[in-house]
Every structure is written in C-alpha cells, then in structure tokens.
Design a protein around this ligand. Sequence first.
Ligand SMILES: CC(C)(COP(=O)(O)OP(=O)(O)OC[C@H]1O[C@@H](n2cnc3c(N)ncnc32)[C@H](O)[C@@H]1OP(=O)(O)O)[C@@H](O)C(=O)NCCC(=O)NCCS
Length: 204
Amino acid sequence: MSTEWAPSPTFSIPTDRLHISYFQVDNPKQSEFLVRLWNTEDFIKSCGNTGLDTPEKAAAFIKNRVQKDYLRNKHGQFLVSLKPHPDASLAESRPIGVVSLMKGEPPNAYSAPDIGYTILPEESGKGYATEASSGLLEYARRELGVKDVLGFCGHDDARSARVLQKIGLQFRGNRKLRVFGGAHSAVYAWPEMSQDLIVYGIDD
Ligand SMILES: CC(C)(COP(=O)(O)OP(=O)(O)OC[C@H]1O[C@@H](n2cnc3c(N)ncnc32)[C@H](O)[C@@H]1OP(=O)(O)O)[C@@H](O)C(=O)NCCC(=O)NCCS
C-alpha cells in the first residue's frame, strides 16, 4: 500500500467564495502559511501553541501527520483559499485558513469525526469559517460516506460555538473529553444523532 496520499494538486471543493483543498507534501508556500496561521495571537489564545513555528516543522507535520489522516480517512486538515473572483481557480486563490474533519486513532478516537476551523484574524467575521465548514461537510457526506459529525469548542468560546450552530450542529452539553486530555469542552452534534453520546464513545 502506498504510504503517501497524493490527491491531484488541482483538486478542490469549491464554494461560492472559497476553495477547500488537500495539503500537498513539499509545498513551501503551504508550510509557510501554516506557520503564519497557527502562530497568531488569536489562534494561540483560543487553541494553544502547536509548536509549529518554522516552515520546516510545518512541512514535516504536513508530510507525517496530515497525510496519515488522509490515508486513513480521506479527510483531515484542509487548506481554505479565498477566490479573488467567483470563477477563480484554486491556483489563483489565496490561503486564508484551515478547515478540518478529524477522526483520531484508538484509544483516543470517537466513532464520528469532528469539525474544526481557523481563519486568519484579518479575514475573520466574514462568514468564511461557516462557508468552509458547510462546504467540507456537504462533500464528506456526499462523497466520503461520513454520516455523523461532532463539534467541540471551549465552553466560553462564543465565536466558535456560533459557527457550530450556523452549520447546523446542536449543543449537547459540556463534557470531559479524552481527546483533550480530559479537559472540559462543549460538545455539538447533528440534531438527528443519538442523544446518548456514549454511542460515539463520549463517556465522561
Ligand atoms: C473562530 C473562527 C474560526 C471564526 O471564523 P470566522 O470566519 O470569523 O467565522 P464566521 O464569520 O463564519 O462566523 C463567526 C460568527 O461568530 C460571531 N462572533 C464573533 N465574535 C463573537 C463573540 N465574541 N461572541 C459571540 N459571537 C461572536 C460572528 O458575529 C459570526 O456570527 P454571525 O454570522 O451570526 O454574525 C476564527 O475567528 C478563528 O480562526 N479564531 C482563532 C482560532 C479558533 O478559535 N478556532 C476554533 C477553535 S480551536
């Protein structure tokens, strides 16, 4: 079996204003972008420090961690690029964020993936996280057979909670999540998913 997932560099999931695409191995522009995105004050305050503070570390992360998720699930972390005009190609578009649909590995995995997002601070508040998340979920349901989706955010993170609500997820309470080392998190799920979160492995 191939140890690298190599989707076409031109593949994208287009939405009205965005392209959502797989990260590419050995793409210095994407590594540099990830360093910029994940080291803003806003990101570190909300999500913590990833330690990916050089393009070399980001390139290794894309090659090892991001590609591993693609190989296992055909989803994981995706680049979000802004079209300069409605007909623009992916190549003509500019990276502004990351949207993710992540499913961990046992024993720290739930049976449904969770949706996540980061948008550059200067591009926030324009609906891009909502548009990217909705576009990715629609694609994952249609093409990848993903049925159930969870969403996690800090219980006092009203901005992130608002995105989860706008894409149609429902608040299901604050829980201790083993994926976050037992830290408390607000949990969201599709309205049609079971009320009993233990079905998805959330048991704390
Ligand atoms: C959270 C984040 C992804 C939102 O991206 P975005 O593109 O601005 O999101 P959207 O514009 O689609 O939606 C944001 C919503 O939150 C609302 N909002 C913004 N600040 C808010 C606040 N302090 N309290 C409540 N709602 C807030 C906006 O008004 C908007 O809702 P509306 O459309 O009803 O007006 C972005 O700010 C970010 O990357 N933050 C840093 C990383 C992060 O927190 N990631 C998620 C958790 S790890």
